[in-house]
Design a binder for this molecule. Structure first.
Ligand code: GLY
Length: 301
């Protein structure tokens, strides 16, 4: 980074990378636009990168059109198990939760664990963090909408012919660098549609689904979690950004995902100087970005 220049604030969001049906794309575009707007206003008002990432992801979690929070896909048993994680690139602290069943905004619970004694919680400990933190909850049945029931039915109908990884395991995510050069990254997801209860993907796992280090970059991933876990994709992409531009690092990382482990997914990346990159090898990815030098946001699906 050129030390004579102040860092350039930037924010990227995504709402998943998968074979998204045409009729769902506009809703995903709108979800990204809303999250970018909320997060950017936070950054523009002097908020931290962590604040912007949390607020952008809360906005996505509250949107029933995307696979996180209220729009989460169902386990094969027919309920939700929600995962989220967030990382502070200044302190390298992380907070993450696995398998929440009633939290309205898992990313808020994850953030509340930054700097805690225990930072990656599942099961009873994760639910206790929801209660002790006074986080908003919804009744379990509130998540079981006709949209996600239909998605589970379609997943079950195709089960016999599907190869591993073909089931969408999309995520929502955000990465930001603020005017002080602080970087943060986070993810939230309902995970893979039709997953067995207890299955964990990349979204709550630091260095796999998300990574932030002010010396390198911030990254938020989406896609088939089992392959992303094998490669440690978010950390790998951030390391690639050290020697390559943000955009090349994003492409190289996704190429490694495909070549090394046959994975499918996408990622967004903000380098320490505020430059941005994104890449995916799925048919579609929903994402948006904005920085302090752009006249306005860009959102694409
Ligand atoms: N990428 C989200 C998951 O695999 O659970």
């Amino acid at each position: 980074m050129d030390k004579s220049k102040p860092p350039r604030a930037a924010l990227m969001v995504h709402a998943g990378a998968w074979d998204m049906p045409a009729e769902e794309r506009e809703a995903h575009r709108q979800a990204c636009a809303a999250a970018l707007d909320v997060g950017w206003r936070r950054l523009a008002a002097g908020g931290s990168a962590l604040d912007a990432v949390e607020q952008a992801i809360v906005t996505l979690e509250d949107d029933p059109a995307v696979n996180a929070g209220q729009g989460s896909v169902l386990t094969r048993e027919g309920w939700v198990e929600l995962d989220a994680g967030i990382m502070d690139g200044v302190t390298l602290e992380i907070g993450a939760v696995i398998g929440l069943r009633t939290a309205q905004n898992p990313i808020r619970v994850a953030r509340s664990l930054l700097g805690a004694d225990h930072v990656l919680l599942s099961g009873a400990a994760a639910e206790a963090a929801v209660r002790s933190g006074g986080h908003a909850t919804l009744p379990p049945e509130a998540f079981v909408t006709e949209r996600v029931r239909e998605r589970l039915r379609a997943w079950q109908a195709a089960a016999a012919t599907r190869r591993p990884g073909a089931a969408p395991a999309d995520t929502v995510g955000a990465v930001a660098v603020d005017a002080l050069g602080r970087i943060a990254a986070g993810l939230s997801t309902g995970g893979a549609c039709g997953k067995p209860s207890g299955r964990v993907g990349d979204a709550p796992i630091p260095h796999c689904g998300y990574f932030a280090d002010t010396r390198l970059a911030g990254v938020a991933v989406t896609g088939w979690g089992e392959s992303i876990l094998r490669l440690g994709l978010a950390r790998r992409a951030a390391e690639l950004a050290r020697e390559n531009g943000a955009q090349d690092a994003a492409w190289l990382a996704i190429r490694e995902l495909e070549d090394r482990v046959g994975g499918r997914g996408g990622l967004i990346l903000v380098a320490r100087d505020g430059s941005m990159g994104w890449a995916f090898n799925t048919p579609v990815m929903a994402l948006g970005y904005r920085d302090a030098e752009m006249a306005g946001p860009v959102v694409r699906v």
